[in-house]
Design a protein around this ligand. Structure first.
Ligand code: SF4
Length: 328
């Protein structure tokens, strides 16, 4: 019988799921995905995580609990660094330890370390370690990895074309309406903005109003890097660098009507990045900016009210800006 490998639908899921799913399926394993985030996932996660953890980490614990009794292994790598001289959040680095201390009686976990801070020369060694949970055949592992990389590149291209990575697949729903020709950039960590339940359906809410949505993952990374490279000091958090570079690009090119930044309460990285993004876009770029900070206690009605007021303001501005004198 094929080994069952459980992949929790949280954190790096929205960036890397197609890669790891393909890799393990090519090696002959069954990949089991936790259910989409729902109230049970959140409640279970909150109950089994330390209070200080951010909402995405609590949700992640809920997904692990969902998989716990159905699989032979849980995929839970120790993601330290994906790019040279850059780091992921410390909570990602300590995730295997945090989860195993918080949840008892887990099946064995695949906690191989991914650390490309110094270079990628050990890439294949890391890949073999991941594959060794299923087979000891290096040729099969290399073949599975090559296939997985192709699928991953295809996934990234689809997102750049404007598709949203929901449930590890795509959906395209990005039509600009005749009635409301508004484009809004939804910014934040991928696991915040693409998790329908965790984000309270933010992207869907905007689409329902006929608003076109752009996310950082749809941007050209080389342009983002060009902007991020102009910062006085290198931003060494990978997610922070992406968000800041994107904000600087929008502030310069001004091809959107506003920005909604979705942040998690208690996120140390966001507390710096959201402030810098706001400074670059609202203050320097004169662009409407709305910050929504969420945790498990956030009420959806309050978020809806703020979002509606923000959209009204943008639409008013669009309708009237051509009637206003440039001198006010
Ligand atoms: S970057 Fe922020 S939101 Fe993401 S895991 Fe770390 S603390 Fe949580």
């Amino acid at each position: 019988m094929a080994l069952k490998i459980g992949i929790p639908r949280g954190l790096w899921f929205y960036d890397y799921y197609p890669l790891w799913k393909t890799f393990y399926e090519e090696l002959g394993a069954d990949v089991i995905l936790s259910s989409p985030t729902n109230k049970n996932t959140l409640d279970a996660g909150v109950k089994n995580t330390v209070d200080e953890a951010c909402l995405p980490v609590k949700i992640f614990h809920g997904h692990v609990l969902d998989l716990k009794d159905q699989v032979d292994f849980i995929f839970l790598p120790k993601l330290m660094s994906a790019y040279k001289n850059e780091y992921i959040c410390p909570k990602f680095c300590g995730l295997p330890e945090m989860v195993t201390h918080s949840i008892k009686d887990l099946p064995p976990i695949i906690d191989t370390e991914i650390n490309f801070n110094h270079s990628r020369k050990n890439l294949m060694k890391t890949v073999y370690r991941f594959g060794s949970y299923v087979t000891q055949n290096p040729v099969a592992i290399k073949h599975a990895y090559n296939k997985a990389i192709d699928v991953y590149h295809d996934y990234k291209s689809k997102i750049k074309e404007g598709n949203y990575p929901i449930n590890g697949e795509f959906y395209s729903n990005n039509l600009r309406s005749e009635k409301t020709p508004v484009t809004i950039a939804v910014m934040g960590h991928s696991y915040n903005i693409y998790d329908k339940y965790g984000s309270m359906g933010l992207i869907d809410k905007l689409h329902e109003q006929g608003i076109k949505v752009i996310t950082p993952e749809m941007m050209d990374y080389s342009r983002i890097n060009e902007y991020a490279d102009t910062l006085e000091k290198k931003m060494f958090w990978s997610y922070g660098r992406k968000l800041l570079g994107t904000a600087m690009y929008f502030a310069d090119v001004k091809n959107i009507d506003g920005i909604v930044y979705l942040s998690s309460f208690g996120c140390g990285i966001d507390s710096i990045i959201e402030e810098l993004v706001e400074r670059k876009t609202r203050k320097d770029g004169k662009m409407p900016f709305l910050l929504i900070t969420i945790d498990e206690h956030t009420g959806e009605a309050g978020v809806n009210t703020r979002l509606e007021a923000f959209i009204d303001m943008i639409e008013w501005r669009k309708r009237n800006e051509t009637n206003l004198s440039t001198h006010g």
